[in-house]
Design a binder for this molecule. Structure first.
Ligand code: NAD
Length: 419
């Protein structure tokens, strides 16, 4: 049997059926799983997931190829409405492969739960009392989730912060919970709510908020890759890249767009695996502003040989158990395509994909510009809007791109000409 590889050149040129065949072989999908690609979420399942359901809403599911992360080959499922994102990620991964692909590291899966304690007369005394009862508080938290504790997770630590506010001093208690393979929001929220009465009794204060923090800065993932200067087009291109990148470091206006590009990739995978993309977005952007100024989540420099070294660091609160990821059959399918065994492994793929996406965007911006890549799919959409169908779509789109004028009125004219 031939070696399974994620390096598939010309994947984008293949018909959908052939692409499915390749992914089926790569990830050992069953016939039933393969059928899921063309199925919708059934209405009963959808009705159990959210309220007031009328139907389901589909988005394209594509596959990014060429990814080698920690020497393992991955095909990465991406769910997005934006053209060029999947192609850009695949292309960046191909360039990263020249120097060995992506290398990652990851902290323990520690989430933070917050309890806001108000109406305390003596905050120093209350802090002492809380810290003195740390063990009892952690035991009470762990009694809420025996399953998590059995998997080696659970509440591990407790920290106390005193904050000034317009309504006076308040104490904010953080419980630090190892959530293992879960995203952890439900697990942590349950623990927070369970601790509230004991904290009120200990301090005589009043607990108001009791909820997880999405600034998951104890659950950090890093990914790194070296991008070969020759493959990029020479050292001048590397220099142009670095000049472009630096604006995202110093200017929040650019950093917002730079990080949005990172999230193009990350969100696509978060959605594909049934995870909470708002949680990831909130954590990433809050982390990007952790030093007081909103800045880039990636960093780049040249190595001694003139190659570009890229790194990304961000919190990734995702799970492979719990949440919607185990209810939606397509999310389960996407996890099978990835071949992941732990949430840690998934979070490392997330970081590598974010770095790849960012590299691709800055590379395009500092050389040919972003529009060139966007144009061919955009032209197809314009052709459809003009009324083209079947083979007409490609004919109209190609002519639009060739003429360099992708406009609806021109698409309508071309369609009339070929009819
Ligand atoms: P969950 O409660 O569905 O599943 C987690 C539970 O699964 C654990 O508590 C544990 O009991 C069990 N489990 C089984 N095997 C495990 C393993 N190997 N590792 C860890 N746990 C294991 O889900 P969750 O992850 O606690 O919560 C995620 C959901 O919460 C998401 O759907 C998210 O959208 C939602 N949510 C998010 C927020 C927020 O981000 N602020 C707030 C509320 C809810």
């Amino acid at each position: 049997m031939s070696k399974k590889t994620s390096k598939i050149s010309g994947f984008y040129k293949l018909p959908v059926k052939k692409r499915i065949e390749i992914v089926t072989n790569f990830s050992d999908l069953s016939e039933e799983e393969t059928k899921l690609f063309s199925s919708c979420l059934d209405i009963q399942t959808a009705d159990r997931m959210i309220e007031n359901v009328l139907g389901t809403f589909e988005l394209p599911l594509g596959i990014a190829v060429n990814f080698i992360i920690n020497d393992k080959e991955y095909l990465i499922p991406m769910v997005t409405e934006e053209s060029s994102v999947v192609a850009a990620a695949s292309n960046a991964a191909k360039i990263a492969d020249v120097k060995g692909g992506f290398k990652t590291e990851c902290s323990e899966p520690l989430m933070i739960g917050q309890l806001q304690l108000l109406k305390v007369d003596d905050v120093a005394d209350a802090t002492q009392k809380i810290l003195k009862h740390k063990k009892q508080l952690l035991d009470l938290a762990n009694a809420q989730d025996k399953v998590l504790v059995n998997f080696g997770g659970g509440a591990k630590d407790l920290e106390v912060r005193i904050l000034d506010s317009p309504i006076g001093k308040m104490i904010v208690i953080h419980i630090i919970v190892d959530v293992r393979d879960a995203m952890g929001a439900n697990a942590v929220n349950t623990m927070c709510e369970a601790l509230a009465p004991m904290l009120e009794e200990l301090t005589g204060g009043k607990i108001r908020l009791k909820i997880l923090s999405n600034l998951a800065d104890k659950r950090i993932v890093k990914a790194k890759a070296v991008f070969d200067k020759r493959t990029m087009g020479g050292e001048k291109v590397v220099d142009a890249f670095l000049e472009s990148y630096i604006l995202a470091v110093i200017d929040p206006y650019r950093a917002a767009t730079h990080n949005k590009g990172i999230m193009n990739g990350i969100d696509s995978l978060i959605i594909a695996t049934g995870n909470d993309f708002r949680a990831i977005e909130a954590g990433a952007h809050a982390y990007a502003a952790r030093n007081g100024q909103y800045t880039s989540l990636t960093s780049y420099k040249k190595d001694k040989n003139g190659n570009l070294v890229g790194e990304i660091e961000l919190p990734v609160a995702i799970g492979i158990v719990g949440g919607a990821g185990n209810i939606n059959p397509k999310a389960k399918l996407c996890k099978k395509i990835l071949g992941i065994k732990t949430a840690k492994e998934l979070s490392e793929i997330v970081a590598a994909l974010g770095l790849a996406q960012n590299f691709a965007a800055v590379f395009a911006l500092s050389t040919v510009g972003i529009q060139k890549g966007h144009m061919s799919l955009h032209a197809k959409n314009i052709a459809v809007m003009a009324g083209a169908s079947g083979k007409q779509i490609d004919i109209v789109a190609e002519k639009l791109v060739k003429e360099g004028k992708i406009k609806l009125d021109r698409a309508k004219e071309i369609l009339e000409e070929i009819k």
